[in-house]
Write a protein that binds this ligand. Structure first.
Ligand code: GUN
Length: 290
């Protein structure tokens, strides 16, 4: 029977620390750390994510500044908004919710955000810093996964074999970089990998981030592994809509030593780490200005 790694409990601890830091920041500088959240269009999932991000920011004592733009917003308008936020002293963190509508160039918008305010950690400057092990704003989901892994296995992950399933820029690649930095032996498994299951079976730490409902069954998991499920998939079962991960929780739970549930696992950690990054960015920006 695996330990259930409770993202709600661990994220509440992170958010408590953020709230304490935000209060100290207000005391030090007379303003709240500011997070600007930009949503273009009306994608239902993005609306839910943005609502949750704003709610957590407000609860943690941050100033959240919401910008909702219509689906037909031009690249130029979005660029102008990002340029204005880059120089706004009340804004310490900028998040443009992805995916953007198809006519907008995501890569260009990410590159337009000031790296100092890039609380998603997606800007090439921050991606590069992470890949050479320098201090940077680290993408929120992999950062949250590392905190959860640390709660189970402690700080020293040296020599552990970590297998990351999925190679997205948002999760798979930065996750692999963080595990490597933590001295794991890292394997990244993806759609072109030969026999991914055999590789996954060797993992001490298995991170699933592919976006395929319940793809990882018990026969993918080494007994005693720590399993982190990043997937959030909506499926229809017995006529009901249900949220499931990339891991078949019921099947894997008896095999693993520890496993994250969906929902209530990685999801709340991502948001908590976004708040943490906003505090980090705010502190750095203010100390640069002194
Ligand atoms: N869409 C899904 N996950 C994320 C995320 O972490 N950041 C942003 N900006 N958009 C997302």
């Amino acid at each position: 029977m695996a330990t259930r790694i409770d993202g709600k409990v661990i994220s509440a601890q992170v958010l408590d620390e953020v709230a304490t830091d935000a209060a100290a920041f207000l005391e030090d500088y007379g303003i709240k750390p500011g997070l600007a959240v930009v949503l273009v269009g009306e994608d239902p999932a993005s609306q839910v994510y943005v609502r949750n991000k704003i709610a957590r920011a407000t609860e943690s004592g941050l100033n959240s500044i919401e910008h909702r733009l219509p689906i037909d917003t031009t690249q130029e308008t979005l660029n102008q908004l990002v340029a204005a936020l880059n120089v706004d002293p009340a804004v310490h963190g900028i998040l443009v919710q992805l995916p953007l509508p198809a006519h907008l160039d995501e890569e260009q918008i990410i590159a337009a955000i000031s790296p100092e305010k890039d609380v998603d950690g997606f800007h090439p400057v921050n991606v590069g810093a992470l890949s050479v092990g320098k201090e940077s704003l680290v993408p929120c989901t992999p950062q949250g996964c590392m905190i959860m892994i640390g709660k189970v296995l402690g700080d020293d992950l040296s020599g552990k074999h970590a297998v990351v399933v999925g190679r997205s820029n948002i999760v798979g690649k930065p996750m692999a970089a963080l595990l490597l930095q933590a001295n794991c032996t890292v394997t990244v498994v993806h759609s072109r990998t030969n026999n991914p299951q055999a590789l996954a079976q060797q993992a001490d730490i298995l991170v699933a981030a592919v976006g395929r409902p319940e793809m990882i069954g018990a026969d993918w998991v080494k007994p005693g592994a720590t399993v982190i499920d990043v997937g959030i998939n909506v499926i229809e079962r017995n006529g009901q809509r249900k949220l499931v991960g990339d891991v078949d929780y019921a099947a894997v739970e008896p095999v693993a030593a520890a496993i994250t549930p969906v929902p209530g696992g990685v999801g709340p950690m991502t948001i908590a780490c976004l708040m943490k990054n906003t505090l980090t960015a705010a502190r750095r920006l203010m100390s640069d200005e002194l």
